[in-house]
Design a protein around this ligand. Sequence first.
Ligand SMILES: Cc1cc2nc3c(=O)[nH]c(=O)nc-3n(C[C@H](O)[C@H](O)[C@H](O)COP(=O)(O)OP(=O)(O)OC[C@H]3O[C@@H](n4cnc5c(N)ncnc54)[C@H](O)[C@@H]3O)c2cc1C
Ligand SMILES: *[C@@H]1O[C@H](CO)[C@@H](O)[C@H](O)[C@H]1NC(C)=O
Length: 513
Amino acid sequence: MLLPRRLLLLVSSVCLGASAQDRSQSVFVASSGPKCCDALRAKLPSIVFARGTPEYNTRLSTYYLLQQQELSPTCTVRPSSASEVSLIVKIAKDSQCPFAVASGGHMAWKGSSNIDEGFVVDLRGMNQIDVSTEDQTVKLGPGSLWQEVYKVMAPYNVSTIGARLNAVGVAGYLLGGGISFASVDKGFGADSVYNYEAVLSDGRIVEANKETNPDLFWALKLAGTNYAIVTRFDMYTYHSPTLWGTLSVYPSTSPTTSELFAEFEKYAHDEKNRKDMKAVFLSYSNGIDLTMTAQTNLDSTPLASMSSAEPIMHLEKVGTTHDVVDEVISNAAESTARTAWHVLTTKADTDFFMDLYAMGKTIFESLKDRKGLTRTFNFQVFQKSFIEGAVHGPTYNALKRSNDDLVCIVNFNAWEDPADDAAMKEATDALGDWAEAEARKRGILDDFIYLNYASERQPVYERSVTPEDLDKMREIQAKYDSDGTFEKLWKGGFKIPKKGGGALAGATHHDEL
Ligand SMILES: Cc1cc2nc3c(=O)[nH]c(=O)nc-3n(C[C@H](O)[C@H](O)[C@H](O)COP(=O)(O)OP(=O)(O)OC[C@H]3O[C@@H](n4cnc5c(N)ncnc54)[C@H](O)[C@@H]3O)c2cc1C
Ligand SMILES: *[C@@H]1O[C@H](CO)[C@@H](O)[C@H](O)[C@H]1NC(C)=O
């Protein structure tokens, strides 16, 4: 649930053309790519796809980030079972082939789930969705999209803690946490996973749950690309015939934003209404400042508007999770974007939120006329009850240190011209650095960096788990990826930093492109 951009563009009645997707500019250097794709082809001839084939092209087109679409793997390989994934891992290891793994392709930084040269393990074919009404569970293939998951669950009157926009993938979302409509009560999506099936770097297919490989079970709840390729997620569902959901867009006047953030702060400290989700967006697009709210209620009870102002645009529905996501919430998003993200966590503090928005204006002042610029801040809440829901995962000990309700602030800036990539990224990073420093100065910064919204330069593991838990993660990694195959060959995603890198040393451990 992130991008009000499409709505904003509608509101400002400006139709911007599609972004250029010129892949011909990539420069190819001699690499192990062709050798590796040949090795894959020798054993799995029918599921390896070369550059330019339709299968390869549709994989690229599913990446949310246009900068990711523009990378060019030598081939893609599309397994349909855990044993095929196992074989792929063994081939990668034998031939020392770099690879990336892609589920829904929605991670928001270049190189997070795609690769130049090397190959992509395309998990779209592993899209099983098996609902069991008896034990209130669902077994999900890693390549399923949440849109399909909700659709299949709807006739059973159940839902689960999944993404709030259609095309986000099951695997990436669940391996970085997962914030959803019921998170205030049940924590992250990962907290509803009771069993994983996963392929280790030696090719073994293992289960991880409370009884079997419990250490891996714990670590997979903030997995990044460190331990295993998950081939099945078994999750709890909850009864949910329908929910109520709305998106409202308002002009950003100061009475409106004060009123709305007063409501938001109240919600941030409210643990009683565990059926409600409220999020606020502040946006700038085409010369206009707008505010948007998203609200849902799991009992299908409409909530009052967060502002008394007349909305410029309002979408509202009571329906299944699938229909509310599809018809209301997903309307807020572009299906692809040229964008850069940054995330931080603070205490609930409206003055800081407004100052942050103002600083965004200042930092982007010289870029404000760049084509298609849309700047957005999204505010979501980790209430204490949310944090208690995350008790089974590695972030719990870190999150509960604050003993307070916390706000997750994502800044995402979108633009259209690839020529603006560097300037936009630099401005996004500068704004992120300012935000961190300023929040720290005001005593409201929390160390937590939400993996799923983080940029590649943010030190997710150093900051989002305690030092003791990070050591524990290192041991688990050494046990399950014992010869460092994944550490070395699996590109993209967030990597556990080497010991001695320093707690705030910055994220130099990931793969920069
Ligand atoms: C429009 C939009 C809406 C979003 N909405 C939400 C939301 O409501 N709540 C929320 O919490 N987050 C949300 N997100 C963030 C989202 O959870 C992350 O971007 C997530 O990583 C996407 O998962 P994916 O499978 O689509 O991504 P991918 O890019 O395919 O994968 C992400 C990472 O996971 C790794 N990976 C993929 N499959 C596997 C596997 N089977 N085993 C091991 N590693 C694997 C990849 O290598 C990569 O590093 C949203 C993002 C966008 C762009
Ligand atoms: C789902 O709920 C609807 C309406 O509440 C009901 O008519 C239907 O029988 C339910 N379906 C199942 C499978 O429980």
